[in-house]
Design a binder for this molecule. Structure first.
Ligand code: EPU
Length: 345
């Protein structure tokens, strides 16, 4: 166990935050040993335990985390079952997400190609049901393996028990109390490629690819991401800082009258009586004039306004101040409240 441990290399925003206590766990036995530690127990009882995975979706609100950081580093990929149509694979939580996607694509397995190059680790993927380019990880997950941090008991969640929705799950809603150590996926040997989101199809066509393969799609997603998002490890960020806005049909129509070009998507689970529409927050922030804005060490990415960036040497408070200014400005201009997607602790 480490004390006063710097998390500088463990959060992609790149803030030099110190954790009061820090421990890496690589097996269920490691977790059970940790549960016996008095400092750990004290902090768990005060809800001051943080399970930190890839650190790519977290903002510490100050330079000191007054609690216990647990860093799961379970490794391994196993094939559990294989039929003519599909493969069931277990991936342990400490594996790097983008390497796991590359592995599945290299094995010609369909399902994760649109999620290529998302930063973070496999254990965090179910927490906020990561999504990109028309795919969400929930569509491939069949089980999530967790260990309870109070009792040390293992619990396996079925897909239904995970309560997945847009950037959300039971794990995000219920907070810390358990640690995800492995995720089981079902990937297909043959499937339709998802090419409808944004400019994937155009990009393929402009490169002369008329019959794209799984590998072509993964490569295209990587190229589009690299053009829009800051490079992890070079510029501090957490990808999308805000969730996209979900508004009523009436609100959407009001905005569409003023801005006929407003992009929008239907919300999957909404019923006819409570129909809701998703409006990209990146578009709202962009139209409110923030794209490319910079103030001291922080700013709004000039190629995607949904992304706040830390250029180095700054404090978390600068990002929080910028967040509040952007939220107020979008509220004034459009009457819409936008909420952070990043986990603020
Ligand atoms: N837009 C603008 N200006 C901007 C940004 C976006 O006008 O500065 C417009 C775009 O032109 C487009 C629309 O907004 O019409 C949507 O933009 P984009 O396709 O870039 O997607 P997004 O909704 O902003 C979501 C995810 C991203 C994911 C992309 C691609 C959320 C919160 N974010 O962004 O996820 O990569 O779709 O699928 O749902 C992440 O979670 O960290 C992340 C990067």
């Amino acid at each position: 166990m480490e004390k006063n441990f710097s998390l500088l290399g463990l959060n992609t925003f790149g803030f030099d935050v110190k954790a009061k206590f820090f421990e890496k766990v690589q097996s269920l036995d490691d977790v059970r040993n940790l549960i016996g530690n008095q400092d750990f127990k004290d902090n768990l009882n005060k809800s001051r335990v943080l399970v930190l995975s890839g650190g790519s979706n977290i903002l510490f609100s100050s330079g000191f985390y007054d609690g216990f950081v647990v860093y799961p580093d379970f490794k391994g990929i196993e094939t559990l079952d294989e039929t003519a149509e599909q493969v069931k694979i277990r991936c342990y939580g400490g594996e790097v997400w983008k390497d796991f996607v590359d592995y599945t694509v290299s094995k010609n397995l369909y399902g994760l190609e649109n999620l290529a190059d998302i930063p973070g680790k496999v254990g965090a993927a179910p927490v906020q049901n990561i999504g990109a380019y028309g795919a969400e990880v929930k569509d491939t997950i069949c089980q999530v393996h967790t260990i309870d941090l109070f009792s040390g008991k293992v619990r396996v969640f079925s897909k239904e028990e995970c309560e997945f929705s847009y950037r959300n799950s039971i794990f995000k809603k219920s907070g810390v109390g358990s640690l995800i150590y492995a995720v089981d996926f079902i990937l297909k040997k043959h499937a339709e490629l998802k090419l409808d989101y944004g400019n994937i199809r155009n990009y393929l066509a402009s490169n002369g690819i008329t019959h794209p393969t799984l590998q072509d799609v993964a490569k295209t997603v990587k190229t589009i991401r690299a053009e829009k998002l800051p490079e992890v490890g070079v510029v501090g960020s957490v990808g999308s800082f805000f969730q996209n806005a979900i508004v009523s049909i009436e609100k959407y129509q009001e905005i569409k009258q003023l801005y006929p070009e407003v992009p929008s998507y239907p919300v999957e689970s909404s019923t006819a009586s409570t129909a809701m529409i998703k409006i990209p927050s990146g578009w709202l922030i962009d139209r409110a004039g923030w794209k490319g804005y910079r103030e001291n060490h922080v700013g709004v990415w000039d190629k995607q306004a949904l992304v706040l960036v830390h250029y180095g040497g700054g404090k978390p408070q600068e990002i929080l101040d910028l967040m509040h200014k952007i939220q107020a400005s979008v509220k004034t201009k459009f009457g819409i409240e936008i909420h952070p997607e990043v986990n603020i602790v």
